[in-house]
Every structure is written in structure tokens, then in C-alpha cells.
Design a protein around this ligand. Structure first.
Ligand code: SAH
Ligand code: SF4
Ligand code: F3S
Length: 468
């Protein structure tokens, strides 16, 4: 069946968090379903969709440059269009709406975070009349998940269980652009997971800004532990989730790390700061001691669990002693990975009104120092795996060398290994092989393949397609 999209090429450029990445997979699923052809190359795309992020200023400003630079790029030879169609969605689309078309007049379509499903109609409108088509809603009517998905890897899937956030950390824009927290009914989550398992998916990552509070809006109390049990029962091999807010991580969920077969021994638990004064000013609603207590309980439940976190440096009012508290906390916990960010003022958030008088050089110096502490800890944490054998879910060839495969360990470490004789990395993609680790660096382990699924090719049900 011909549609307005038949014979058109499209490219989706994604910024920001996994939620945006997953939304992009939905967009690809919808447009491919309508007959459009995906391309990686923005210049040969008839339709370009930017999925944007505004969590920090750097992510925000980049968009304008990218959209502006497309203005003078001609359409590909043979395109049925005279002019490329450019759409902006995601969190900047939600925040700025119509205003974007004033700043960027050659923009055709703007949509927000609540109306992904409207994108085909908006694009169709722009294709037929060449005018601006803007639709930004104030809130989502329902949990928007009955959209097709084109997954990046056939063997891994993201599965959103909540959207939005109710936490209002004082620095954060997310609650304003993703709205109040909404949970997805448990039956829907399980049904989607079962479809993935049947299609050969081996790893599912549950998504939400704060998965621990899953169910509060639907069932009156959090039910995240029940989600984990139900997912485990689907037979999925590897289960992960992101993100967890420390104030809502319950003992019941912690206990799952020791007891659920599929739950991988890795947890991203953003701490943001190691100083109680800064945590209070951030409205995080836990203390350093509470966080340390959670870490102890996690290690009791699962001694080898790999922890990762997010830290903001230079929050307004952060003093040298506060910063030292953060460095000490990072050392005490011994994280496998820490995502470090310099505080970025976001208009409209409570922290934007705070006095922020720490000179930039001081913040930069603290940031550099923290990065050193983080690297040192990550290096040490990885040493524990030297001379052990780890199960690695293979992703493909390493970026630098076709003869080396790269994949992920249960603890979510990147693992490199020389490919067995006569086997290519693409043969192994999606399979779980055993790697004997002989060296551990700061950001990866390396070793040799000693067993596992090194023989028959992994066959998924279609090229990463799923049509619920
Ligand atoms: N919901 C998740 C992640 C939200 S955004 C959570 O609560 O952890 C991802 C990370 O971006 C945050 O954890 C925080 O470290 C960082 N971040 C958010 N707003 C920021 C800001 N205004 N400046 C700098 N970093 C910020
Ligand atoms: Fe932002 Fe806090 Fe919500 Fe995370 S929990 S999205 S940091 S407001
Ligand atoms: Fe960015 Fe929006 Fe995610 S602001 S971090 S893409 S929720």
C-alpha cells in the first residue's frame, strides 16, 4: 500500500537519555511501518527528525546549530521532494513548541513528549502544504506504548514502565518536560516482555525516571518488586533497570538482587552529591548516611554488585568541604562508573533562583579532581574480575579492531576478546560467550573466548522489528 511516506528516506538524530532513545525507536517503527526508508546519513534523508534534550545547557544549544546547518544542504539527487522536511521533538520540542519555528523558520514540524503518535500526521501535513505543523500537548492522556518499535539490536529491548517524574529535584528540568509520573499497567508490561522473549530478545532494560516508585499512581503503593518478579517469570535471560531514586529503593527490591535469576548484578543509583547540605538544597530527600546504608544492604544481598552513579559538581552554594564529602563518598562506595556533570542552570527550576557565586575555574578544578577519583575507583573495581570467567552478551566488533569482539558482562562492563579462528564479530552478535579475563582497564576488561555459544548463529524473529 502506498502512503505519503513511500519512497522517502528519513533519519532520526537522538540526544539525551534512554527515554528519548526509546522514543526514537518508536518513531523509526512508525515511519518504517508507513513505508519510509531509514538512513544514517542526514544529508540523504528527505525527512530529518531531531529528538532533543534540555537537561543541561550544552545539549540544548547544540540543536540550534544542527538545525540551522541543514538549511543550506540540498535534498538528495532523485528525491521526490523539493525541500527536506525537518522536525523537532523530544524535550526541547515540549518546552519551546511554536517558539522554535520563530527562531528556526525552515523548521516544518514541532512535536512534544506526549504525542509521538501524532508525528506521521504532522509530517504528512507539512509534506502536503509546506507550512509549519506544531502540536505540543500539556499532558499525556494514556501511557503511549501501543506504537511499533524498530529496535537497535534484535537481542536487547528497552521497556518503559513509567513516564514522567514527580520528584522535582531543584536543579532538574525533566518534570517540566515529561510531566507527572504515570505508570503503565503491569499486564501491559508483562505482555510486551513476553512478546520480546518469544522473538528471541535476551536482555530487557526497564525504563523510567524513577522505576522504584512504579505503581504508586495506579495501585496506591509502589509495586516495582512485583514487576521484577513478573519479568523474571517471562524467562528473559538478562534483566536491568534504570533509573532508581535512592529515597524509593526498598529492602524488597534490594533483596531481588540476591534472589532473582535474571536480575543482573549491576545498579545505577544516582547520588548527585556526598554532602547532606547540598543534597537538601537539591531536594533529593535522602542523606549521605541513608545512601551508604543502601549500598551496604545491596552488598549484603549481592556481594559482587557493580554500582554506578551520577554526580553534579558545582551546585549553587557547594563549598570545598561539600565537594570533599562527594569525593570521599565516591571512594568509599567504589563505583564501577560515575557520570560526572557540571551544574547547568535551567530556567524555571527552583535552583535557578539560588545565588551561584563559585567561580567557573573552581568548579572546573573540582570536576577534574573528581574525574581522577572516579577513574582510580573504576580501575580498582575492575581488577576484581581478572582471572575470572564472565558471560558476555556480544554486541559486535570493537570500534578499533575487527578481530576483537565487544560485549557486556553481567555487571555491565565492556568486555573485549579476540575472536576465535574463522568467526566474525557479526556471527557472534546477540550470543552469550564465556570470556576468561586476563586484563582489567579503567573502562573495559579484556581476555579470550573460552566457551559459550560460539557455534550456531543467533536468529531473531525479523530484523529487530516488533509490532505490538
Ligand atoms: N531520573 C534520573 C536521571 C535524570 S537526568 C535520576 O533521577 O537520576 C540524568 C542526570 O543528569 C541526573 O542524574 C543529574 O546528575 C544530571 N542533571 C540533571 N539536571 C542537571 C543540571 N541542571 N545540571 C547538571 N546536571 C544535571
Ligand atoms: Fe530529575 Fe530528580 Fe526526576 Fe531524576 S528524579 S528526573 S533528577 S527531578
Ligand atoms: Fe534530556 Fe528529556 Fe531525557 S531533558 S535527559 S531527554 S527526559
Amino acid at each position: 500500500m502506498r502512503t505519503a511516506f513511500t519512497d522517502l528516506t528519513f533519519c532520526v538524530r537522538t540526544f539525551g537519555c534512554q527515554m528519548n532513545k526509546h522514543d526514537s525507536e518508536r518513531i523509526c517503527g512508525m515511519l518504517e511501518g508507513l513505508g519510509a526508508l531509514p538512513t544514517e546519513d542526514i544529508e540523504t534523508a528527505d525527512i530529518v527528525v531531531f529528538m532533543t534534550c534540555c537537561v543541561r545547557e550544552a545539549a540544548d544549544t547544540r540543536l540550534y546549530g544542527q538545525v540551522a546547518s541543514l538549511k543550506n544542504v540540498p535534498v538528495r539527487p532523485g528525491s521526490p521532494l523539493e525541500k527536506r522536511i525537518v522536525a523537532v521533538g523530544g524535550c526541547i520540542g515540549q518546552r519551546d513548541g511554536e517558539k522554535l519555528t520563530h527562531a528556526l523558520p525552515h523548521l516544518d514540524v514541532v512535536f512534544g513528549t506526549y504525542n509521538l503518535g501524532s508525528l506521521p500526521q504532522l509530517l504528512e501535513g507539512a509534506l502536503s502544504d509546506g507550512k509549519h505543523h506544531v502540536e505540543v500537548l500539556d499532558a499525556a492522556a494514556d501511557f503511549p506504548t501501543d506504537l511499533p518499535t524498530a529496535r537497535e539490536h534484535a537481542w536487547a529491548a528497552w521497556l518503559p514502565i513509567t513516564i514522567g517524574c514527580d520528584n522535582f529535584c531543584s536543579y532538574c528540568i525533566v518534570p517540566y518536560v515529561r510531566g507527572r509520573e504515570k505508570s503503565r499497567p503491569l499486564e501491559d508490561i508483562v505482555a510486551e516482555a513476553e512478546r520480546y522473549v518469544a522473538a528471541g530478545v535476551r536482555e530487557i532494560t526497564l525504563l523510567g525516571q524513577n522505576v522504584n516508585s512504579y505503581g504508586r499512581d495506579l495501585y496506591g503503593s509502589p509495586r516495582f518488586a512485583a514487576v521484577l518478579d513478573a519479568l523474571d517469570a517471562t524467562g528473559i535471560e538478562r534483566l536491568r533497570f534504570a533509573t532508581s531514586h535512592p529515597k524509593d529503593l526498598t529492602d524488597e527490591v534490594i533483596a531481588k538482587f540476591g534472589s532473582l535469576r535474571s536480575l543482573m548484578p549491576a545498579l545505577h543509583l544516582p547520588v548527585q552529591s556526598g554532602s547532606d547540605a547540598v543534597l537538601a538544597a537539591m531536594n533529593r530527600r535522602y542523606t549521605r548516611a541513608h545512601y551508604r546504608d543502601l549500598v551496604d544492604k545491596l552488598r549484603d544481598a549481592c556481594p559482587d554488585i557493580a554500582l554506578s552513579t551520577d554526580v553534579i559538581v558545582g551546585f549553587p552554594g557547594e563549598g570545598e568541604a561539600d565537594f570533599e564529602d562527594t569525593c570521599r563518598l565516591v571512594e568509599e562506595v567504589g563505583y564501577h562508573q560515575v557520570f560526572t556533570f557540571i551544574y547547568s542552570k535551567r530556567e524555571g527550576t527552583p535552583a535557578a533562583t539560588l545565588v551561584d557565586d563559585t567561580p567557573h575555574e573552581v568548579v572546573q578544578r573540582r570536576f577534574d579532581r573528581l574525574v581522577e577519583v572516579v577513574q582510580d575507583q573504576a580501575f580498582r573495581a575492575n581488577q576484581r574480575d581478572v582471572d575470572t570467567t564472565v558471560d558476555v552478551l556480544v554486541e559486535g566488533a570493537s570500534k578499533r579492531d575487527e578481530a576483537i569482539m565487544a560485549g557486556k558482562s553481567p555487571k555491565n562492563q565492556t568486555v573485549h576478546a579476540r575472536l576465535p579462528e574463522g568467526v566474525s564479530a557479526s556471527d557472534l552478535a546477540g550470543r552469550i560467550v564465556q570470556v576468561r579475563v586476563d586484563e582489567a582497564r579503567t573502562w573495559y576488561l579484556s581476555g579470550e573466548v573460552v566457551g559459550g555459544e560460539t557455534a550456531p548463529a543467533f536468529v531473531a524473529d525479523g530484523p529487530g522489528e516488533d509490532r505490538p
